[in-house]
Structures are given as C-alpha cells and as structure tokens.
Design a protein around this ligand. Structure first.
Ligand code: 5GP
Ligand code: MN
Length: 349
C-alpha cells in the first residue's frame, strides 16, 4: 500500500523514457532550497541504480548548490548554470530526458531556462506547486496538497521501483526537503502522508537531529547580527492591516555584507507576531527584486504573488519583479493595501 497512488499510464511512460535515455538531466529552481536540492539529489541517486549501465545522470541547478546544502550526499555532482553555462547548455542539448523538480514551470530556471525550453527531448515534471505548466512536459506528477517535492519523490520511487533503490543517503536528501518545506513539520503538513513519509525515511537510519543542525544552526556572527539589526531597525509593522514587511536594497546588503542566502528564512519572522497575518520581504538583486510573501490563516499569498507575475503555495509564495526596487516596493505596498498606513513606531525607537 502506497500513501499516494499514481496514474499507471504516467508511471509506464516514465519507465519507458528512463529506459531509453542515455543522458538524463535533473533540474530545479534558482537559489535552490532544501526541497530542490533534496529532490534532485535523491532522485539522481536512485536513478544511478535504476537505469541501464552507461546512462549518464546529471543533476544541474541554475546557480548551483547553495553553500548551506553542500553537505548533502552527491552535491559535488551538481552542474552550475551560472558558472558553467556553455557546458550546461551542451549537456541539455544532448539530453534524452529532462526531469524538472520543485518547479511549476521552466520559467523558474533562470540561467538554464532558454536551453531547457529549446531542448526537444522528453520532459517530466515532479512538483507540488499550484498551476503547473503542464504544456511544457510530456508527463506530469504534480500535487499541491503534498508537503514537498521530496515527499512526492518518495512515493513515486515506491510506485516506480517498490522502494528498491532507497538507501540512507537518498533518505537523508529526501528528509531534508520534507523538513525544510514544512518548516520543521510546522506547516504544509496537514496530510497524514507527510508524517508517513518522515516515518519511512527515518527507517533508513538517517539522523534527524544532525540534519536539523546542518539546516538550521548554521548562522555566521555577521548573519546573526544582521538579523538583530533587521528585526530592531528595519521591520515595518502595519498593525491596522496586520502586515509586516522587510525591504533591502543592494546598497543595504552591501553595507552589511549579506546576500540572498543570508536572508533565507528572515521573512518567516514576520509571522511570529501575534497580530500579523501577512509578511513580506523584498530583496534587490542586480536588475530585479525578489519578493517573498508568507501568510497565516486564510490569506492566499499565491494569488497575491500571481499579481506580481510569480506564484508558489497558498501560505508561502514569491515573485521576481523587473521594475526598479522603489517601484517594486510601491507595487507591493499597494498590493498589500498598506500604502496609506503609517508603520508602527516602537515606544523605545
Ligand atoms: P521564497 O519566498 O522562499 O523565495 O519562495 C516561496 C515560494 O514561492 C516557493 O515555493 C517558490 O517556489 C515560490 N517562488 C519564489 N519565487 C518565485 C518566482 O519568482 N516565481 C514563482 N512563480 N514562484 C516563486
Ligand atoms: Mn518545494
């Protein structure tokens, strides 16, 4: 009995694609998170054993493996679309099968997007976001009610191979995505299958406490002090609209010596306030601004992110805006209906 059933035609087609392929590329989104790295590396490792000898399995990420996930088994195999674009384009052009993971569309693959879209080979999607771009893929395994792509990969591997190729390293990769996409089993975990998946993976003798340390307890002094500054000086609180917002220009980031990876997770602090229901973080990058949205209760931030050209999940979504940083900030304030409210002034400020 599997916690999730798949349509047998899709399973058969996927088997057929894998059996015929000589080069298989597995890819995910820019600034890969635990679920992106975990699903790509976990699936790659199982494919190593599952496909005929001589088949080349290539994990590839738009800007490589982030520093905080280089401990994951197999991370040294990941090709980097940012630092080795020609080599990546060459492999993609030769690939017989491309597996997109933890992305709803190839438009999330930045440096690899053009090559991936142009590739004429078979494409399979394994994902848990809303509104998947099904027209871009030959076979789609997508379920937005499921906790993480890593959970989906676990059930899919049972349907494909009866769990035959699962081992401690693969289970470590998949547990990481399950752990990070649920914020440590705090959200996106309202289906029993999420905990069933955790139970199956822990059965492979993985070390949940060690994985927690590697994921969470990793701050440098600088990052810790930046968080202190951000929380005390830069959090804009709109009590009436129950919104809290951070915004960091490139100049801010330069001044504090921090970047995108350092800000991962900062947006979640907005929701720790009792009366705040919606949190946002804007981070300027060269030529664009990344927007992160988080919500409690019934607010659907996926719908809000879509209005900015992005998407994601009901409680956690994002967008990439190509207007100026100030214009993006203005657009977000308008979208969140806070443009006419004065932010809260702390008594000690
Ligand atoms: P984060 O705020 O942590 O970057 O992303 C939260 C969620 O929103 C993730 O599930 C991610 O897939 C989605 N997301 C983030 N950035 C974008 C984007 O630029 N476009 C789309 N469509 N989704 C995004
Ligand atoms: Mn995910």
């Amino acid at each position: 009995m599997y916690a999730k059933e798949f349509d047998s035609q899709s399973i058969e087609a996927f088997h057929h694609f894998m059996g015929e392929a000589r080069i298989i590329v597995l890819t995910s989104h820019m600034n890969a998170d635990g679920d992106a790295c975990g699903s790509v590396l976990g699936m790659a490792r199982m494919l190593d054993h599952a496909v005929p000898a001589g088949t080349r399995i290539v994990p590839m990420l738009p800007n490589g493996c982030p520093n905080n996930f280089t401990w994951m088994p197999g991370s040294d195999r990941i090709m980097n679309g940012d630092t080795e674009p020609e080599r990546c384009a060459e492999v993609i052009a030769k690939a017989d099968l491309i597996i997109g993971m933890d992305i709803s569309s190839l438009s999330r693959t930045d440096h690899l997007q053009e090559a991936l879209e142009q590739a004429k080979c078979r494409k399979v999607l394994i994902d848990h976001h809303r509104n998947p771009a099904i027209e871009q893929f030959d076979v789609v395994f997508s379920d937005y009610t499921i906790s993480s792509t890593c959970e989906l990969v676990l059930w899919l591997s049972q349907a494909l191979w009866g769990g035959k190729y699962m081992d401690r390293e693969t289970a470590t990769c998949l547990y990481t995505g399950l752990r990070t996409d649920t914020g440590g089993f705090a959200f996106s975990c309202d289906q029993p299958s999420c905990f069933e998946a955790a139970s199956v993976l822990v059965g492979y003798d993985i070390q949940p406490a060690e994985i927690h340390n590697r994921i969470v307890n990793t701050f440098t002094c600088n990052r810790m002090q930046f968080y202190g500054y951000a929380l005390s000086q830069r959090l804009q609180i709109y009590k009436e609209k129950r919104v809290a917002l951070f915004a960091f220009s490139l100049e801010d980031q330069k001044q504090f010596g921090v970047g995108g990876e350092d800000m991962e997770g900062l947006v979640n602090y907005t929701l720790m306030m009792k009366d705040i229901e919606l949190g946002a973080l804007l981070r300027e990058e060269a030529g664009r601004t990344k927007v992160s949205l988080r919500a409690k209760y019934d607010i659907d931030v996926n719908q809000l992110a879509q209005q900015l050209g992005g998407g994601g999940h009901k409680k956690a979504s994002g967008a990439t805006c190509y207007m100026s940083f100030d214009d993006t900030l203005q657009a977000v304030c308008k979208l969140l209906n806070i443009e006419n409210e004065q932010p809260y002034q702390c008594a000690t400020a």
